[in-house]
Design a protein. Structure first.
Length: 429
């Protein structure tokens, strides 16, 4: 028989156990008040109105420059052909050299120099004056020109070597050159990816091994946990150019490199760095590099076909007055480039959707790998310093090659709502 005293004790123990059980349930379950949309809007509201207006103005101005750059290309094309500039360059190349391939090298080099000079004023306004006006560039005029010159030299070397080969292919198969060029495109893309991190990227930035173990070790731990064969992480000095935060997985085959810039290290918390690097590792794990090669090869194949059609149409109407001999004539190069530029402008939503889809997949992977939804969300706010934060649906489809800040933050808050019980402490700055 249980005494009254023991009965009261049992009741108290039962009450205590019920209280503990209720507390456990409250801790284990996400509070009903956690609304991902509401939390997203709260984070968006932390961006000052003036900063948001400036970001929107900067990004929307980019739409105009996309149109202007196409118009400028067409104007330069018409001028070079109308006044016979490229015909004179072609004739010079043929007088100086006898081998067709060498003629192509000389012609493309001289053409690239003329084109660079004609586009330099526009590039200076867009890439230097405008960037400084919005507080996004750290380059001096001399530094900007130096980078432009290096880009021109690297681009001309690659363009002349590949372009001269292309013209050999056009001469052998004037009607089906675009098929051969399309078949060669993926091999060229992978070749450039292999070269870029080893030979090209170091021309513009200094790459060094990341030595801070507090930052490096969690990244390498994520890499090992997800099957990424990275034994080092590199940092590069992007702060000499701008304040943008970024990271990347570059290269292909045995030149894969995981890199982050010094702005990410200096401006972001450890949680934000982990969130960003989880995203970048996702690109490797999900094979985005090779998927992009396939996707863009198909897109460029269509672009080559359109270019062939455009050149044939334009040359039938104006070729004789411009002094063009046929599609294999070096002097017609501006017309080929104009056709490709028109196609790529029309295909902008397709190109952006290909990239944006991969970015969304990498975002989801990064959230699961780094488990830092708050760090991911606050980094998305930093990216919105120069990328419109909350565009309309169709605006994002047409003009965004990455998800908008709003959609990225909403994704992070939805992930957080499903894992709230596992998140015990907020990210510390």
């Amino acid at each position: 028989m249980i005494s009254p005293r023991h009965s009261r004790l049992a009741q108290r123990l039962l009450g205590l156990s019920l209280l503990l059980g209720f507390f456990t349930i409250c801790v284990a379950q996400p509070p009903a008040s956690f609304d991902p949309v509401l939390e997203t809007n709260k984070l968006l509201a932390t961006m000052p109105a003036a900063a948001r207006a400036q970001s929107d103005a900067y990004f929307e101005g980019g739409y105009i420059f996309q149109i202007w750059n196409l118009v400028l290309t067409l104007i330069i094309t018409w001028g070079l052909l109308r006044w016979g500039v490229t015909v004179k360059i072609r004739n010079l190349a043929e007088r100086l050299l006898t081998a067709r391939y060498l003629q192509g090298l000389l012609f493309i080099t001289l053409f690239a120099l003329v084109n660079w000079g004609l586009t330099l004023p526009s590039d200076y306004y867009e890439g230097f004056i405008r960037e400084h006006r919005f507080g996004l560039s750290n380059l001096t005029p001399g530094g900007w020109f130096s980078e432009q010159l290096k880009s021109f030299l690297v681009g001309t070397i690659i363009f002349s070597l590949i372009g001269s080969l292309l013209y050999l292919g056009i001469r052998k198969s004037p009607q089906r050159w675009w098929v051969r060029a399309s078949i060669a495109t993926p091999f060229f893309m992978i070749f450039m990816m292999v070269l870029a991190p080893v030979f090209i990227a170091p021309l513009f930035n200094k790459y060094t091994a990341l030595t801070d173990a507090k930052v490096r070790d969690p990244i390498l731990s994520m890499a090992r946990a997800n099957g990424v064969p990275a034994d080092n992480v590199y940092q590069f000095d992007a702060s000499k150019q701008s304040k943008r935060v970024s990271a990347n997985v570059s290269g292909a085959l045995n030149t894969i490199r995981v890199s982050l810039n010094d702005n990410l290290l200096n401006r972001c918390s450890p949680q934000e760095v982990q969130a960003v690097m989880g995203h970048e590792l996702g690109h490797y794990v999900l094979n985005h590099i090779y998927k992009m090669v396939i996707d863009f090869t198909l897109l460029i194949c269509a672009g080559f076909w359109f270019t062939h059609w455009f050149y044939s149409w334009a040359s039938r109407r104006f070729g004789a007055s411009w002094g063009l001999r046929g599609i294999d004539d070096f002097a017609g190069l501006p017309l080929l480039l104009a056709g490709l530029a028109i196609f790529m402008a029309i295909a902008t939503p397709i190109r952006n959707t290909i990239i944006r889809t991969n970015e969304v997949e990498a975002d989801i992977f990064g959230l699961n790998a780094a488990r830092q939804p708050d760090g991911f969300a606050t980094t998305a706010l930093k990216l919105s310093e120069y990328r419109k934060l909350a565009p309309g649906k169709w605006e994002e489809i047409f003009f965004f090659d990455h998800p908008s800040g709003y959609n990225r933050i909403l994704m992070a808050m939805r992930w957080k709502a499903e894992h709230l019980a596992e998140i015990t402490t907020p990210p510390k700055k």
